[in-house]
Design a binder for this molecule. Sequence first.
Ligand code: SAM
Length: 278
Amino acid sequence: METGLYIVATPIGNLGDMTARAVEVLQQVDLIAAEDTRHSQRLLQHFSIDSRLIAYHDHSDARAQDRISRVLAGGGSVALISDAGTPLISDPGYRLVREMQSLGYPVHPIPGPCAAIAALSVSGLPTDRFRFEGFLPSRPGTRRNRLAQLAAENATLVFYEAPHRVLDTLAAMTETLGEQREAVLAREITKTFETVKRDTLSGLHRFVEADVNQQKGEIVLIVSGRPAVAAELDEATASLLRRLAQELPAKRAAALVAEHTGLRKKSLYEYLLTVKGD
Ligand code: SAM
């Protein structure tokens, strides 16, 4: 096979999603670098892959990287896999890819499953522009600040979340992004308890709160971006509208601003709903 580093995607739950090319490459490479060798052993055994296996993560000492570059220097091939899905997507590999490229070795993608893309494809939220945010910071204050920075983003937002934090994160999102924003919980994708639930942020929070089973397993959260009307609003008008809405009912505030700016009352009202928690 052609020399180089192969970045190989593996299933995110259902082994049937392993691609034929992933199996072929993993069987043929001289070395497989895996995030967790014990975890990957099961997958490799299932597909009768017995290529040599070493551990690699971005904080590995230089030895793992040296070993990989020696194989490539000798004209051989190495595959990188993570525990599940596409390596480098909230997973190790970034440093390795850059380093091998800078040493002049080719790096080939072997595409396949990725939880963010799978969730987005069934979310029912706009997919023309999206922003992958990976995991939010775990500390409540830092997480809130990050969400506040994202509040004005128009693109769909994609997050990975740990099950024990999902409820707190939905509460923080409701507060910072507004309770009416549409959002999706995509849980256990490709597995037995696969769940895809779309609702407003506050509705989704209630749904997860009411059922402990929804607080288990692997989770992607997707939140719609701030509606386009917000982009049309210049910051001064948006700020005036928000200020008025603190004194008046949202409908009245929207009507007043519509009267003076020519913007649509309905869009201004919808904007106010999305920023209710700002
Ligand atoms: N590299 C992986 C990928 O391509 O999706 C992601 C690795 S990241 C360490 C693990 C996170 O991905 C989980 O905490 C969860 O948020 C998400 N995830 C992975 N598998 C999933 C699944 N089957 N259903 C929902 N989310 C999943």
